[in-house]
Design a protein around this ligand. Sequence first.
Ligand code: ADP
Ligand code: MG
Length: 627
Amino acid sequence: MNPSAPSGAGAALAGRERRPICELPDELVSQIAAGEVIERPASVVRELLDNALDAGARQVTVRLMAGGVRLISVEDDGIGIAREEMALALRRHATSKITSLQDLEAVQTMGFRGEALAAVASVSETSLLSRTADAAHAWALDARSGELRAAARAVGTTVQVKELFFSTPARRKFLKSDATELAHCVEAVRRHALVRPQTGFEIWHDGRLIEQWRATTESDQRIADVLGEDFITHSVPVDHPLPDTAHPAGARVPLRVTGRVGTPEAARSRADHQYAYVNGRHVRDRVLMHAARSAYDDVLHGQRQPAYVLMIGIDPARVDVNVHPTKIEVRFRESQDVHQAVRRAIESALAAPRLGQASASAATVAPAQDAVAVTRAGAAPWLAPTPSQASLGLQVRDLQTLWNPSSAPAAAQPPAPVGPAGGTSGAHALPAGDWPLGRAIAQLQGIYILAENAQGLVVVDMHAAHERIVYERLKQQLGQAAIASQPLLIPATFAATPEEVATTEAHADTLAQLGLEITAFSQRTLAVRSVPISLAQGDAVELARSVLAELAQHEASDVIARAHNALLSTMACHGAVRANRQLTLQEMDALLRQMEDTERSDQCNHGRPTWRQISLRELDALFWRGR
Ligand code: ADP
Ligand code: MG
C-alpha cells in the first residue's frame, strides 16, 4: 500500500469526518452475505444440492459450464415451489424449513437460514423453474427482472445460475482455472452423494456426462461407486451403536457411528478421503477429525492420512449446526463423549484381524452387516481363544526377555515354543486349508514364512508379525501400570528452562508412572535419576526433555497412554524374533495361529504390513496357466 495515497475510507477516518448512518440496500446486504457463503462455484453447487435434497429429490442432475463459472444448473424431482412462493424463495431470510427457535434446535433439513438463494442471486444471473404436484404447468422466474411466466417442466425444480460473480469482478479474480473449479464442484456433489445412496446423481460438464451415481439401497455400493472399489477392499465397516442403556448413569450421549474406515493400506499422503457427516450433513469438524486420526495412532505412523467415511447419528438437540455460515462446522454439547465414542468405534473396527477377509476377492462389495457379524460375534473360529494359545510359554519368557534386554541369548528365543498341547489341541483341529493364514510350509531367507491356505500362498514377514504380537500382548498385560524403572549410577543433570522445572514439579506422579525420576538440582538444573529399564541405554537427558515438552502441551493421561505405547513398541521391537533365525515348521505354525488371534496383526507397530496373500489365480497368471 502506498501511504501517500490514502483510500477514501482511510481519508474519512483520518479526517474524522462524520458520515450519517444509513441502512444498507437489500441487494448489498445479500452481496455481503454472499461473501461468507459463496466463495466459488462449488459453494453454489453445495447450496443448490442441499435444497434439492431437502425437497426430497430422488434424482439430481448438475450441469456445469466452464467449471461452473459460466453456468451451474441443478435439476431435481422434488416437491417443487408453488407459483406464489417463487419470488419469496429468492428473498433473504425467507424459508419453509423453520418457523421458530424450537424448530431450529431440532432442525433436520440441510438448510434453515433462508439466505442461500438470495445470496446466489445477488452475485449471478439466477432463474428458477419449478412445478409442484398440483400445478397444471411449471413457472419460470427471472431473479433480476422479476418476470414470472408459464413454462414446461415435470414436477420438481431447476435452479440456473449464470455468470457467477459477474457483478463483483474482484471476487471473480480469485477463481482458479476451470479445471480446478470443476474439481471442487465434483467434490461438492461427492460429499452429498456419499450419504444419499437412495438419490441418483449425474454431473455434466460442457455437455459431457462426467459422473453418474445410480440410486441404490446399499450404502457400501454408493461408497464403492464414489470412492472406488479399492476403498471398499481396503476398508472395514464401522457400526457402533451406543444405546442409552449401556451407560446407566446417562453420562454418555446416545450416538451411532456407521460407515467405513480405511485400513492402513488405504492411507494417503493427503487428507482428501476423509468424509464425516453429522445427521447426514457433511462437516469438517475438529473434534471428529482428531478423534479419527487418534484412532489410527497405533496402526498408522508418520504423516500418512487415513481414509474414511463416517456417519454420526446424534440427537439434533445435542449438536448446534448454527455456528458457521456454511454449516461446515458444528458444535457438540458433549464433545468429549463424542470424541471418545468415535475413536472407540474406529479403533474396534480396525482392531479385528482381517485375515481371510482381506484375501477374499477384491472386486466384490461385502455387505457391511455380515462383515460386522463375523468380526464381532467371534463366530469366526480364529477369533475364539483356544486353550493352546493361553498355555503357550511365549508370554512369560518374552516378557522376561523384554524387561531385561541385556540378557542377549534370551533375546533370540523362538517366538513360540510349542508345548505338547500347542501341537495337538485347538490349533490343528481345523484342516490346514481352513486357517486364514494356512499352514507353514517353509521359511525363506530367514525373513519370510511361506504358508499354504485355501486361496493359495501366504507370505509373512516374521519379525514384523511377531513384533505386533508381542506389542499387543504387552499392552494387554501391563495395562496402565507403572513402567519399571532403573536408577542411573550417575544422575544425568542438564540446564533446564523455568518451564521444564515447573513441569517436573507439577507432574512428579506422572513421571513416576512413566518410569522417570527427575528432580530439581537447582532453580536452573534438573537431574534425571531413573529411567525406564528398557531405555537405560539411551540418552536420558533427551528422553527427559521430550517427555517434559509433551507434558507441558498435552493432558497427562494422554502422554502416559502414548508414552506407554511408544515404550512398549520399542520393547516389542527388541523382543521380537530377529531375522535369520531358523524356525521349525511347528514354531512357524504357532506364530501364524497367534497372528490370527491378535488384534491389529495385519500391520506391525510401524504400520508396515505383516503378511500378504498371493492367490492361486495370481500364481497361475505368472505361469500362463489356464489360458
Ligand atoms: P433455506 O434452504 O435455508 O430455506 P434457501 O435460500 O436455500 O434457504 O431456499 C429458500 C426456500 O426456497 C427454501 O426454504 C425452499 O422452500 C425453497 N426452495 C429452494 N430450492 C428448492 C428446491 N430445489 N425445491 C423445492 N423448494 C426449494
Ligand atoms: Mg438452502
